[in-house]
Design a protein around this ligand. Structure first.
Ligand code: HEM
Length: 477
């Protein structure tokens, strides 16, 4: 750049800076934002989620131009006008479909990273809570979008969910009627779902993500060691273990973006339906209100919750189990009050429990993917109990426990599980024989966890001390 063009650029920048603090924003948020120097691969998923949010907004805009929110036209506007007749319509639609699933993969990994490294603990409780609201908004956005192609699964999936809402006492029926805009799913439902999907939820999501970023930059990033970098600063006030976000992490994130795009576009070009997981096979048939499919289930990212709804033999309690799982996530800062943040320095049994959390969630998804047989429903109930248990046992790990306290925890936890099961038998929705045969599943988990704590108290002890400076560590620990 010549001297004259450089001074011209500076003058233009100066003109902007007097009116809008562009340079100051760049400095405080990027080039002078101290980020811990030991971010690993788990720290890519937040930026990738941001990228997918932008992709979804951009592709969604083009889809909305051709989409017709009318039951007579919706299916063909997607499958013919967009997929076949518009230039690059197939690409835009497949990117949007694959993008929806990618969003959930990234957000689930992002949340699990937060759980592993204790990013929900002081001072990041509010940041975590805002994240939970983002997740709820994202779930609503995906649910609303699923009705739009007006295929068989869109129609019947939405019918099942709005029907579940009717189980909420007093307000359930009016809410379901308001959601549908009628007594059944039809034109008014499609119109309002379309508007909520393209306008209301994206605006809400954008606002929440902005607040998420502001909260993050207020408290600063956590890291895989869970050690606060701002507690150890040099004479100028810069954290000794901090590096400027730009260029170090912008470059690292760019590498992550490239790797992500390889996988993302592989799906877009070769398997946009994800073997029926990203786009249900039944959705290639237009909605028929006179023909209920033999098996109705949501897309993969909602399957675990569907297993909870199906497993609890009462609609209202099912909804409570479903809502309770979000409440548990939101209550993590209250449940886990151990001062050690990162899983790296937590006890072996705590690690086991943190591993059981996503495993039981995946197991629930696997169960819900099967048919709604009694066998699958009962398993759904018991694995829901394990998923709940992985959260509710967290206070046990808050401080060292005596053998007597451990035994009390074991007896109480087993009693609660058995009480719930007896209560479920009393509802009589499932056969007693099958319930009794499968009761051991959550009981065994609790017995394993607390039994090992009794036999090997050392396995409940966290690391004796935390490192003073950040360490490199590995990806998975
Ligand atoms: C649209 C969805 C989301 C986007 C775009 C997003 C974006 C981000 C970004 C860019 C970061 C900083 C980079 C990083 O730490 O990876 C971050 C950090 C964080 N996010 Fe999210 N996020 C989303 C959803 C969530 C959800 C659902 C939760 C939890 C329920 C959550 C909790 C957190 C926490 C606790 C941090 C700080 C982590 C740390 O410093 O260790 N986020 N988010």
């Amino acid at each position: 750049m010549t001297e004259t063009s450089r001074s011209r650029t500076l003058r233009v920048l100066d003109w902007f800076d007097r009116r809008l603090p562009l340079t100051a924003l760049w400095r405080t948020q990027l080039s002078e934002y101290p980020a811990p120097k030991n971010f690993n691969v788990w720290y890519l998923f937040g930026s990738l989620a941001l990228l997918v949010l932008v992709l979804q907004l951009a592709t969604g805009l083009f889809l909305a131009i051709h989409y017709q929110p009318n039951p007579q036209l919706a299916y063909w506007s997607v499958l013919r006008t967009i997929q076949r007749d518009s230039h690059w319509g197939w690409l835009i639609r497949d990117m949007h479909v694959v993008g929806a699933s990618a969003f959930f993969v990234l957000v689930y990994l992002h949340m699990y990273r937060g759980i592993m490294y204790g990013s929900y603990k002081k001072p990041r409780e509010l940041l975590w809570l805002i994240g939970i609201f983002i997740y709820l908004a994202l779930a609503a956005e995906a649910f609303l979008g699923y009705l739009l192609p007006w295929g068989q699964m869109s129609y019947w999936g939405s019918a099942v969910v709005t029907n579940f809402v009717t189980a909420i006492p007093v307000i359930g029926k009016p809410i379901a009627q308001w959601l549908r805009g009628s007594f059944v799913i039809g034109l008014p439902t499609l119109n309002r779902f379309f508007i909520f999907h393209v306008f209301l939820m994206p605006v809400l999501l954008l606002a929440l993500v902005l607040v998420h970023m502001i909260a993050l930059h207020q408290v600063g990033s956590n890291n895989p060691d869970g050690v606060e970098i701002h507690d150890n600063v040099n004479e100028t006030g810069w954290p000794r273990d901090g590096i400027p976000f730009h260029p170090y992490y912008t470059v690292k994130d760019l590498f992550g973006v490239s790797a992500f795009f390889v996988v993302f576009f592989w799906f877009v070009f070769y398997r946009p339906d994800g073997w029926g997981f990203l786009l249900d096979k039944l959705n290639y048939t237009p909605a028929n209100i006179l023909h209920t499919p033999s098996d109705i289930h949501p897309l993969w990212f909602f399957l675990p919750f569907y297993a909870m709804l199906r497993g609890v033999p009462d609609k209202l309690y099912g909804i409570l189990a479903f809502a309770g799982s979000f409440a548990l996530l939101a209550c993590l800062p209250l449940l886990d009050r151990n001062p050690v943040r990162s899983i790296r320095y937590r006890s072996p049994l705590y690690k086991l429990n943190i591993l059981a959390m996503p495993l039981s969630f995946l197991w629930l998804g696997y169960i819900a993917h099967g048919f709604a047989t009694e066998h699958n429903m009962v398993y759904g109930l018991h694995v829901t109990e394990i998923f709940y248990a992985t959260f509710l046992v967290l206070p046990f790990f808050n401080k060292p426990r005596s053998p007597r306290a451990t035994l009390t925890w074991l007896i109480l936890a087993e009693a609660v599980v058995w009480m719930i099961d007896v209560w479920m038998y009393s509802i009589h929705a499932h056969g007693w024989g099958l319930m009794l045969l499968t009761d051991w599943i959550p009981s065994l988990y609790l017995l394993l966890l607390f039994g090992m704590a009794l036999l090997r108290p050392a396995w409940t002890r966290d690391a004796a001390s935390l490192p003073e400076r950040l360490t490199a560590g590995g990806i998975f620990h």
